[in-house]
Design a protein around this ligand. Structure first.
Ligand SMILES: [Zn+2]
Length: 315
């Protein structure tokens, strides 16, 4: 554990993904949110200079720590990719285009998540500005998630550090069914998940069995109630499990007005949530790696910037 906090950020200009005109928009996701978040920090006079690490693309070998090779091979098919990204028109796009514009940024982000975990052990807190693909399973991508960057990073860390207890705190509004399916029955990785149970992937009962601390929320919950529930349950879970690493999947799709989330959490309470999770780790001397995951409004980048500004200020 680092004696002193010095938060680290993993980022590349090549995280951006924007598909060419004619193939439709990639979901409702802002593929430029990473650089837009940094632009907000710049406007606010917050400098990350000297604290940003350039990611290295995840390798096939690392991906195979989690994913079946047959699934990875199937990702040369535009139809398979289009299905995962939920943009039907992409099935007509050349594979090379999809690989360059969508899959490569995701592999780079997955490499960034691996580096975020490494950096968290050295610096206490590390944030990858992309990643958090919590719906991808071992042999199947879904919900816009191709690679399970969280699981791959956990497996790399387990190899490198022989970790016995990793806790995934998944506060994206969607149930983290991919990570849960991957780690079901594995006592070394436990999931705390607070999610809207009335939206996708509603009904993934198998994956739900992989949640150790299961906090389904009905739609419409507001900021104060959301944070109150988190305060009521997260510390006890951390105390009980005593993880050696906390993985924070910090989707901002809990935000009021998010077209996919259906919760009513205001901006101040999204930040309050992020602060609380980081503090829950830092105050106990537990390294924490954060990834931004989902968020589907034009405010997503600013919500991420708010968290980054707070974390940058912890140094
Ligand atoms: Zn989500």
């Amino acid at each position: 554990m680092a004696a002193q906090l010095s938060p680290v950020f993993i980022y590349s200009e090549r995280y951006t993904f924007v598909l060419p005109p004619g193939y439709g928009n990639v979901h409702l996701f802002d593929g430029e949110k990473f650089q837009r978040a940094l632009a907000v920090l710049e406007e606010r006079g917050v400098s990350l200079q000297g604290r940003v690490i350039e990611p290295v693309e995840v390798t096939r070998e690392q991906l195979e720590l989690v994913h079946e090779s047959g699934y990875l091979d199937s990702l040369t098919s535009p139809a398979v990719i289009a299905n995962i990204l939920e943009v039907e028109a992409l099935a007509q796009a050349p594979f090379e285009t999809l690989d360059e514009l969508a899959l490569t940024p995701m592999r780079l982000a997955s490499g960034g998540t691996i580096q975020a975990v490494r950096a968290a052990f050295d610096s206490g807190v590390a944030v990858n500005l992309s990643g958090g693909y919590h719906h991808a399973k071992r042999s199947k991508g879904e919900g816009f998630c191709v690679y399970s960057d969280i699981a791959v990073a956990i497996e790399v860390a387990r190899e490198e550090r022989r970790l016995e207890r990793v806790m995934v705190v998944d506060l994206d509004v969607h149930q983290g069914n991919g990570v849960e399916a991957i780690y079901q029955g594995d006592p070394g990785v436990e999931v705390f998940d607070m999610y809207n149970f009335q939206i996708y992937p509603m009904g993934d009962a198998d994956a739900r069995g992989g949640i150790r601390w299961d906090h389904p929320l009905p739609g419409g919950i507001d900021g104060p109630e959301y944070v109150e529930r988190l305060r009521a349950h997260l510390p006890a879970a951390v105390e009980e499990f005593q993880p050696e690493l906390i993985f924070y999947n910090a989707g901002t799709d809990i935000f009021a007005g998010d077209p996919l989330g259906d919760l009513q959490v205001d901006e101040a309470h999204v930040l309050e949530r992020d602060r609380f999770v980081i503090e829950a780790a830092v105050s106990r001397g537990i390294p924490v790696a954060m990834v931004p995951s989902g968020g589907y409004t034009d405010d997503s980048h600013r919500l991420l910037a708010n968290a980054l500004e707070h974390i940058a200020g912890l140094a």
